[in-house]
Design a protein. Sequence first.
Length: 584
Amino acid sequence: MLKFLTITNFATIDHIELDLAKGLNVLTGETGSGKSIIVDAINLLMGGRANTASVRFGASHSIVEGIFHVNNTAIDAINTILIDPELCLDHEDRSLILSRRISIDGPSICRINGRIVTRRLLSEIAESLVDIHNQGEHLSLLRVKEHVNFLDHYAGISDNRNQLSLAIASLRSLQHQLSELYTDETERLRTIESLSNEVAEIDNARLQLDEDEALSKERRIVANQEQLITSLSNAYSALHDKEAESKSAGDMVGLAANSLHQIEFLDEHLKSFREIAEDISIKLADLAMSLRSYLDGLQYTPGRLQEIEERLDVILLLKRKYGPTVQQILEYREHAAARLEAISEQGEKVSELYEQQSQSEADIGRLASKLSAARSAATEKLVNSVEAELSQLAMDRTKIQVSISQSASDEGIPINGQRYSFDYTGIDQVEFLISPNSGEPLKPLATIASGGESSRIMLALKVTLSEIDKVPTLIFDEIDSGIGGRVGNTVGGKLSNLSQGRQVLCVTHLPQIASFADHHIQVTKVFKNGRTITMTKVLSTLQRIEEITEMLGHVSEASRQNAKDLLRSSADYKKLNKFQIEKP
């Protein structure tokens, strides 16, 4: 249960510290005083979405903190979620502190016992601690898609729903894999043929890396071979031709070196000149030898130029098809070969995936059938329980029916030879039908229920579901919407019954409901320094009389006596029903 609540800088709340008790806690106050703001703050504490607009004007942040007293059973359940030993709760202390900080210029911060945690973890923990019924939640009864959730909650089949969700996720994955494969056999064979031709064409060319560059160089040489021979011969003769009439360059430099050698004793500088001449002579000899070797290597091969041109044409054609370089052509070949192998094996892969898809659909069909059976089994009991509750809420002639239907679909899942449309809830379309008055046919609840009726039906559902749910704290924000005083007395009794063994927090505008409070909190707003501030106060018995008197609408001795009668009647009801607040 929620023992202590602190709210700071939240909407119109400057700072409040609220002691809450076991049993039925009631919040009352004028419209706009801030009752629902307190519920909003608790919702934020429970992991609800943060809105910086809720930070009080002029403040940098809001803080909401709650101290919970947790029984041993809840501690075990919470510890399985927390996992982290440093976060896990102590069975001796049995206290849990949750807090939430909302900043106008930064992320929200969630804490469990002072340790920063994710909002998701905070929300998971909160689900086992508090169930909040907000204003307007009864309108969810008008959304047909929500009806299946109410039924499943009562049937206690959340585990089955989770299994179905996992199975459907698996099916969607298989379908995605199939969509990426070639399911058209004609197209697959056409692609295989195309890739095979491409790989064969590249393989037949027997390409070598940098082959095109080497061929281009050779083509220049072969195409200009005559000019090369003439020029190289002339160069060689000029350097080292012994048979020429005039002396060669090598001879002339050799002569110069010899002449310098003869006179170098006269001046030491001449020696360096002679060494330079000898070095030039050696280099000229090496150059002549290299030219001779190059000339000897030039061989005329008839038809070689044509061979080169044809080979370069082949490479050019492949470049146009598969890439601007030989390297890229070879890379394309490897990629095409890999695709060819994959697609060639795809027929077997597709068959395997289709087989897995059929098995997955069968699994979904089995799980969906199990859900349908559980819903059908729970329907009658749910209807009887809700109708029994409604009979005590001035709707004793109301008949409820839960319609469960399925839709055939060729794209659905197979069950007993028939395919049915499905989603993550299964194959069933669940809808609540209602007949508010005897003799009237059952019609969709979403189309005919009034606001007051839907509020009472929601309360009846909540009371019924509370038999299944063991959440220690239930919060109702104006569950009495659209309900009058006579029915309000019954609703108060229902809330009082609900608070046996658990904590109930209720925001109400009806004095009849307020009279059942075990812990009555008045919410007021005051104006201070030009600002509106929400304040709270736990009422004494005498103060409760005055508060309920004001809620009755006219302050007088008669209304004050009426308030006392309401409180006395509520006390008698609790006594008659042996109402006791369980100790922790």
